[in-house]
Design a protein around this ligand. Sequence first.
Ligand code: F6R
Ligand code: MG
Ligand code: MG
Length: 373
Amino acid sequence: MKITITAVKADVGGCGGHIRPDPRMKEAIAKFLETAKGVSIIDFHIQSVGDDIGIIMTHTQGENSEVVHKLAWDAFCKATEIAKSLGLYGAGQDLLKDSFSGTIKGMGPAIAEMEIEERPAETIVCFQADKTEPGAYNLPLYLMFADPMHNSGLMLSPKMSEGFNFEIIDVEKTDADTIISLNAPEDIYDIVTLIRNNHRYIIEKVFSRTTGEIAAVNCTTRLSLIAGKYVGKDDPIMLVRAQSQFPATGEILSPFTIVHYVSGFMRGSHIGPLTPVPINSDISYFDGPPIVSAVAFNVKNGKLTNMVDCFANQFWNGIREKANLKALYIREQGFSGPAMLEDKELEYGGITERLDKLKDRFYTRKKVVKQKP
Ligand code: F6R
Ligand code: MG
Ligand code: MG
């Protein structure tokens, strides 16, 4: 049976700042989506991470379905109404357009969707992150699909022996989608040459080279490129298929032990460790650190099983301590050097304005020519 999984995520208002949504916002979305269950969608799951609400929907209408995208848009509008009525901060922040126009892509919310031939025990992991950008998933995706240090199945399982194909998009090319297709293992030096740049080259899709099936889909929205100005970080969502011909769930989670430094800490302008957290976690210190949640689930005829909250397991407590230390270490140097993003990636205009004002105050020092005695 062909099933589509559509995962969308948006910040439509937070309690106490950009901290977390109000539970009533999630309730309003659930109530609304219940009316569509059995009509346009089969099942759904709602959660939050930081100030974003994520919705996973299953249906049979294929990718880019206007009906399903509109449903998601309307759901976020319902939550926005609640956020506005409660006076929450940034109500409707990620809904960048006034009305729906056929697709939710380019309208603000992050989206990852895949149409699959459902396996007898279809296993999927959905990652949702806050205070960071889609490129934050570059390193984990590379490690889970191309590095035997994390994916032992690349050595041990004949089902993965051919490796994986990576589709990488250049998000700075906004006129048309500009993509490159590279294979692991033979192209890994080319892959990492691109994906070291998390702002520009983003792994959008991964395919099994053994079966040709889709293995992972990451969202590639850059809100600032849509809106032409800072409107919050892009807070990404991603779907990864697990087990059998794909990495095991534990191999998919393995790269998140690194808590690698990513962009998006305070004002989307600092770097911080990507910290694995249980679902519905809020953020705190310095509006962060950047956080990521993961739910693993099975799909049967489009029906979702109960979600496993992967990073709630006790193992991740120690990893969170490491992340906290990494957060404090980088924060010790405040604004200096690599603690902040390069000028063009800064999410507020203050620094550029200041630099502009200072431009005229620079002067050229006169060369002192020493006279010969
Ligand atoms: C980052 C984020 C926060 C805000 C910060 C200031 O994505 O949401 O760190 O940038 O709280 O927010 P404003 O400018 O809305 O007061
Ligand atoms: Mg926010
Ligand atoms: Mg957010």
